[in-house]
Design a protein around this ligand. Sequence first.
Ligand code: BGC
Length: 597
Amino acid sequence: MQRDKKVRAGVAAGATGALVAASALVALAAAPSATAAVGNPYEGAEQYINPDWNEDVLQAADVAGGSLGDDMRAIANEPTHVWMDRIQAIEGIDRQHGLEWHLDQAVEQAGGSPLVFNMVIYDLPGRDCFALASNGELPATDEGMERYKTEYIDAIVEILDRPEYEDLRISAVIEPDSLPNLVTNMSHQPCQESAPYYREGVQYALDRLHEVGNVYSYIDAAHSGWLGWPDNASGSAQEFANVVEGSTYGWDGVAGFVTNTANSTPLEEPFLTDPNLQVGSGQVRSADYYEWNPDFDEIDWTADLYDRMVAQGAPSRIGMLIDTSRNGWGGSERPTSASSSSDLNTYVDESRVDRRTHRGAWCNPDGAGIGERPTVSPSGYAESHLHAFVWVKPPGESDGSSEEIPNDEGKSLDRMCDPTYQADKLGGAYTGALPNAPLSGWWFQDQFEMLVANAYPPIGDGGPDPDPTDDPTDDPTDDPTDDPTDDPTDDPTDDPTDDPGTVCEATLEVVNDWGSGFQGQVTVTGGSGGTSGWTTQFTLPSGTSIGSLWNADYSVSGSTVTASDMGWNGTLSAGQSTSFGFTANGTAPSAGAVTCS
Ligand code: BGC
């Protein structure tokens, strides 16, 4: 199935004679055959397991322990994309290996059979013109463009093109968020400045990668909550088609599109299937949450986009990838049926599985979970023309820091990653981002624990065991949270009515205080007997009110706040900690121990 450059050259030489063969060779190098010949590169192939990510996950599993740790181990061998997020990433940096190393590992993993190596091309001049967390290293200038071509794309192509890698199928996500920003954010000055460089850069990347011969490029098409409105969708189709058709190889250089990269928009809203359904005062799509956008999920958007692209002249063989790494929205908060409310907004809010405050909230969203495992040609979605569900964003890697962190990676604080920020971009809602987040791309243990606990479909035996003491299948030798009273090998003289020890301890800290309000954090630690569920109570100064509280269920009575675990974070072995945070208006309380039971 692989298009082998040498075989093609040989055929040309045989058919046309030696002299013509020389010029045919040149022509072939300049105009590789269409990707169409291969169709879906994921069919019949294994995919590369990134050893760097695998190691992070196994370490995270040791830290988390218990059944949550077991669930982490269960996904440690899933394929994830390797991000070339700056020039230095080609060589490798401290915390991640370079491209050549990964490709060598990939050849080894392939062992002679077909294998897809998933990577992300992500370093355009003026990158991420509408966000700060991942602003790039190259300025939107002619000089930045030149460096993008020579030091970034050419350097990548030189490596990919080596004969030892020609049997790999290289699947490349092309420049997340770039062309979508040109569709919707052109009133923003940095996007205007970046626009010509994005178009030229994407064309250059598509052309040079196509010349390698075994690269399948998927252009990033954002997600339904960004481009799903009919105006945006038709603008996108036009923008994508213009860029592709202005490149040297046109559609031959494009395998398809990828949606939801690094986002958490659900694959499907199972209880909101008809945007035109009338509920109370209006159609479902007119609810505040959807703002008239009829594409509620990624299945809707990929089907919509496919039709629009083919109408724009794309060949019908193009396929879609969906990043399902973090769009699961499981856990105890996931609705199990449609709401029975006759109030439109209540109906939508109670029926939707996406629990973000707003669909534009993209940074480390609280409540998200791992989504569908990587799957080749998933069935049941014919209209979406899916090549695969993939994990472009390696789950556990942060989207951006929640506070300013000095760095040499060009990454600024984006307040969309700050849980205390009420964003205009979100209609004034809090961002819903997790607190204590590291820089984008860095490992974020708290987030990973939440993602695994909230996985949908659940991982392993149905997600974290709510009460490990009652599970007969638990192996008591490997689970520190196990209750020794149910272990048949226990010393029979043990008295099950023994004092179980303290259940938990909790302390309150004020992590940020801006006078008129503050951000608090409560850390809960398992007591000597461990805990399989906790409730903390603390008192706020009078006149102080909670704005939002994450990672715990809570109620307020007078000035007393009662906050309990959310299931996934309830089980703590002795000494193991978890935390929840909140923002409040008014005066901060004094820090110190609070009640935990
Ligand atoms: C970051 C990259 C990182 C990637 C994968 C992006 O949001 O900007 O630096 O490699 O995520 O985690």
